[in-house]
Design a protein around this ligand. Structure first.
Ligand code: FE2
Length: 294
């Protein structure tokens, strides 16, 4: 009995330590991609699913990590605030997000697309003391370029960035199986693709990766799954936000239809403050010219 209690206590202490460490720390994951559409080397970082988390006072540690990477721009791919009043109020997570944007925008262009938590403010307005429009205006005033379906950025370096605000029906928890977006949904949401550019699509949920690739995005940036909450060796992420076990696309880089998709593990938590063998992740991407002739 004593031995069983000892094993149980040791496991409890171990997992508590892992969770505390993974919730409060983050790693940097680096990717290199080559494309003929890229004229000169460009580096950007992706911050996603922060959910109002602060790494050090006023996100000092996160800002310092971004500074060390010296990116040309920063992409925020949604759920930077929390649309659920759990532990902290949603308003306070908007304050944290706004403050981070203000700090980073002093040095880098920031392109921001909403996740389902930002969109909850629009979908369920009675639950919030502020509107979606007011929140996005605050982020824009703090220095972010908000890419919310209609808006897009064509940068001088040949990169076009669009941000998808997905209709709420496509986030519903009771939808099962591999899902597809309706035909031409992306054309009507974010517009048609301009092939002359290297097209980055910020699309918060990786659920529809095949559709993003089919639309033609050279690179899609997603998050949403929080790495599957727990990462298991050889298996990957354990659970999706729709409570599906061992979903596809929980983290990493994918290659669908000859296009690339990066899914970040995100940086924060909501509802349950748990991450196991799955610290927060700051993604850093180098886009390089492909000078091969074929
Ligand atoms: Fe999300």
């Amino acid at each position: 009995m004593g031995f069983i209690l000892f094993i149980f206590s040791a496991c409890f202490a171990f997992f508590t330590g892992v969770i505390i460490s993974d919730v409060n720390d983050f790693c940097v994951t680096r990717y290199r991609l080559k494309s003929k559409k890229i004229k000169k080397r460009v580096r950007f970082v992706q911050i996603t699913d922060l959910h109002g988390k602060e790494f050090g006072p006023d996100n000092k540690r996160l800002v310092a990590a971004v500074d060390r990477l010296k990116p040309d721009f920063v992409i925020m791919s949604g759920d930077i605030m929390s649309g659920k009043n759990l532990g902290r109020t949603s308003e306070s997570t908007v304050d944290t997000a706004e403050s981070l944007i203000r700090k980073l925008s002093l040095k880098y262009p920031i392109y921001f697309a909403p996740g389902n938590h930002e969109q909850r403010v629009e979908w369920l307005p009675d639950l919030f003391s502020f509107t979606y429009k007011e929140m996005m205006e605050r982020f824009a005033k703090a220095g972010a370029t908000v890419l919310d379906n209609d808006e897009y950025i064509r940068r001088g370096d040949g990169i076009c960035i669009k941000g998808l605000a997905l209709h709420k029906d496509y986030y519903l928890k009771n939808r099962k199986g591999r899902l597809r977006l309706p035909f031409a949904y992306l054309d009507s949401a974010v517009g048609e693709l301009d092939e002359k550019y290297f097209n980055i699509l910020i699309a918060h949920t990786p659920e529809y990766i095949r559709d993003y690739a089919g639309w033609g995005a050279d690179l899609t940036l997603s998050g949403h799954y929080h790495g599957g909450i727990m990462k298991l060796p050889f298996i990957g992420g354990v659970i999706s936000p729709k409570y599906r076990l061992f979903p596809e696309y929980t983290f990493g880089m994918f290659n669908e239809c000859g296009k690339k998709q990066i899914v970040s593990c995100g940086m924060g938590t909501h509802t349950l403050p748990v991450r196991v063998f799955n610290p927060g992740e700051l993604v850093c991407v180098d886009l390089l010219p492909d000078r091969r002739t074929k």
